[in-house]
Design a protein around this ligand. Structure first.
Ligand code: NAP
Length: 247
C-alpha cells in the first residue's frame, strides 16, 4: 500500500499511476492512496488507475495543516492495516527575489514543502516499523541542490528535505526502511507551464539530454527506489534532470 501526496496532477499523478499499474504491465500493483487538497481531481486519477487495472482510493488533506496530515495518515493506516510506501511529492512555489520575499511566502512554502514531509515521514515510519518494511521518497528539486534566483524559500525547503531524509535513512535502516530523495530538474507540469518561453529555451540549452523532462521520467526513478529490489539504496539524492546539473 502506497501513499502519494500531490497525486492530483503532474509528477504525483504519474507516480501514482506507475505504482498502481499491475506488475504484469510494468508497475508495482500496489493499492495507492491519492492525496491532494481537493477531491474532484483525485477522483479522476482514481478512475485512471482503475482503467489501467489497478486499485486506488482518495483522501483530501491540506498537507500544510500538520494535525490534519498526521491524523489523515493514522486513518489510512487504520483502514489498510499497513503502509509500505510514502511518496512525499506535493509542493508549491511562491517565487520572488530574496530582498522582496515576504515572511508569509517563506512560511507557506516551508510548511507545504518541508514541514509536511517531516510530519508525513514521522507518521509513516511508525506504521512501516511495525511491518519491518518501508520505502520513503521525497521530491526535492535541483533548486535545492544548486539554488535558483527568485526561489530562496523553495530552494531552502528542497535542500531541507535532503537533511530530513538522510537522517530518516540513518535512523530507520535497521528496520527495513529506506529513505531517498529524487531531485527533478525542469519538468513539464502545471508548476512550470506559466514560465516564459525564454526561460524554457534557456533551460533546454543547459541540458545534455536535449528535451524538457516529463512526469513519467520522474515516476520511473521513484518506482525503482520504492521497489523491493532497491533495498540497499538509502540516504541518496537521485537527480533526474537530463544532465542540467552534474556534481
Ligand atoms: P504541480 O503540477 O503544481 O502539482 C502539485 C501537486 O501538489 C498537486 O497535486 C496539488 O494538488 C498538490 N498540493 C499542492 N499544495 C498542497 C497542499 N497544501 N496539500 C495537499 N496537496 C497539495 O507540481 P509538479 O510539477 O507535479 O511537482 C511535484 C513535486 O515535484 C513538487 O514537490 C515540486 O516542487 C517538485 N518539482 C517539480 C519540478 C517541475 O519542473 N515541475 C521540478 C523540480 C521539483 P491540489 O492543488 O489539488 O492540492
Amino acid at each position: 500500500m502506497a501513499l502519494v501526496t500531490g497525486a492530483s496532477r503532474g509528477i504525483g499523478r504519474a507516480i501514482a499511476l506507475r505504482l498502481a499499474r499491475p506488475a504484469a504491465a510494468g508497475g508495482q500493483g500496489r493499492h495507492v492512496v491519492l492525496c491532494a487538497r481537493s477531491e474532484g481531481p483525485l477522483k479522476e486519477v482514481e478512475s485512471q488507475v482503475r482503467d489501467q487495472g489497478g486499485s486506488a482510493s482518495v483522501v483530501a488533506i491540506d498537507i500544510a495543516d500538520g494535525a490534519a496530515l498526521a491524523g489523515g495518515i493514522e486513518g489510512i493506516v487504520e483502514r489498510h492495516g499497513r503502509l509500505d510506501v510514502l511518496v512525499a511529492n506535493a509542493g508549491i512555489t511562491r517565487d520572488g527575489l530574496l530582498l522582496r520575499m515576504s515572511d508569509e511566502d517563506w512560511h507557506a512554502v516551508l510548511a507545504t514543502n518541508l514541514t509536511s514531509a517531516f510530519v508525513a515521514v514521522r507518521a509513516a515510519a511508525r506504521a512501516m516499523m511495525r511491518g519491518r518494511f518501508g520505502r520513503i521518497v521525497a521530491l526535492s528539486s535541483t533548486s535545492g541542490l544548486v539554488g535558483n534566483a527568485g526561489q530562496a524559500n523553495y530552494a531552502a525547503s528542497k535542500a531541507g528535505l535532503a537533511g530530513l531524509i538522510k537522517t530518516a535513512a540513518r535512523e530507520l535502516g535497521s528496520k527495513g526502511i529506506t529513505a531517498n530523495v529524487v531531485a527533478p530538474g525542469f519538468v513539464q507540469t502545471d508548476m512550470t507551464e506559466h514560465l516564459p518561453e525564454e526561460v524554457k529555451s534557456r533551460v533546454q540549452g543547459m541540458l545534455s539530454v536535449p528535451r524538457l523532462g516529463t512526469p513519467e521520467d520522474i515516476a520511473a526513478a521513484v518506482a525503482y527506489l520504492t521497489s523491493d529490489e532497491a533495498g540497499y539504496i538509502t540516504g541518496q539524492v537521485v537527480t533526474v534532470d537530463g544532465g542540467m546539473t552534474m556534481s
